[in-house]
Design a protein around this ligand. Structure first.
Ligand SMILES: [Fe+2]
Length: 248
């Protein structure tokens, strides 16, 4: 039982509340027990330093989202940028009590701690990127599944209205960061976060995200962030993933 397992890790009451709401289970595939062998790195990827965290493979081929996101962008983004966050995190937690902790607990317990900023940033970026790959799919977009569509209409009025809020959040995030569709209480909302931050530290449940760091789109769209955001929303967003997260 999930809650019992979390209690054994000794996490805080706030985290237990998030877990009870299903939030921590969103990243369950990002964590593993210390005695579980790490999966093999993706083909062509150089092995990183040994540690508790590993780079998850992309859930589709690196050219599967072309032309919305090119194979070149996905390859660099996943194999270089995301891998660097994982490698840096493994180095940073090596030999510390955090090495045995779930990723979500590391994020929540290092948030706001100046002397743990390096760990927080790399842990956050590992979580955010793992969630981002799942927020996309080949031939995505279109109409959300019925239960999610009902919730979108209830919260925003329409998918088009959600699209407008999503675009506004993604394009108004100054510098690097993320835009999110979240469940906040019993309503859906769009929000944005800077750098490695995520809604996890705000008690919101993430349903979808889009990476608006320049490395996510610059090879394909240069400075046209809005074109990237719109193309992803129309042709690559994974409504099924959002619907699954909503039900957890
Ligand atoms: Fe990124």
């Amino acid at each position: 039982m999930r809650t019992a397992a979390i209690v054994r890790t000794g996490i805080t009451r706030r985290e237990l509340m998030l877990a009870s709401a299903g939030l921590l289970s969103l990243g369950s595939s990002l964590t593993r027990a210390a005695n579980t062998p790490a999966p093999a790195p993706p083909p062509g990827a150089a092995a990183g330093p040994a540690g508790p965290f590993s780079l998850p493979p992309l859930p589709y081929a690196d050219n599967a989202l072309d032309p919305v996101i090119s194979a070149s962008t996905l390859g660099f983004h996943h194999d270089k940028h995301h891998k660097a966050y994982v490698d840096n995190l493994n180095k940073a937690v090596a030999g510390t009590p955090l090495a045995d902790q779930p990723l979500e607990k590391i994020i929540l317990t290092t948030y706001g701690a100046a002397d743990k900023a390096g760990i927080y940033n790399n842990a956050g970026q590992h979580w955010n990127h793992s969630f981002y790959w799942k927020s996309l799919r080949p031939q995505g977009g279109g109409e959300p599944p019925a239960a999610l569509l009902h919730k979108i209409n209830e919260s925003f009025g329409s998918v088009d209205a959600l699209h407008k809020e999503w675009l506004a959040a993604a394009t108004s995030q100054f510098g690097s960061g993320w835009a999110w569709l979240v469940l906040d209480g019993d309503k859906l909302a769009v929000t944005k976060t800077g750098n490695a931050d995520s809604p996890l530290t705000r008690g919101q449940k993430p349903l979808l995200t889009i990476d608006v760091w320049e490395h996510a789109y610059y090879l394909d769209y240069q400075n046209r962030r809005a074109d990237y955001v719109n193309a992803v929303f129309d042709k690559a967003i994974n409504w099924g993933f959002a619907a699954e997260n909503l039900m957890v």
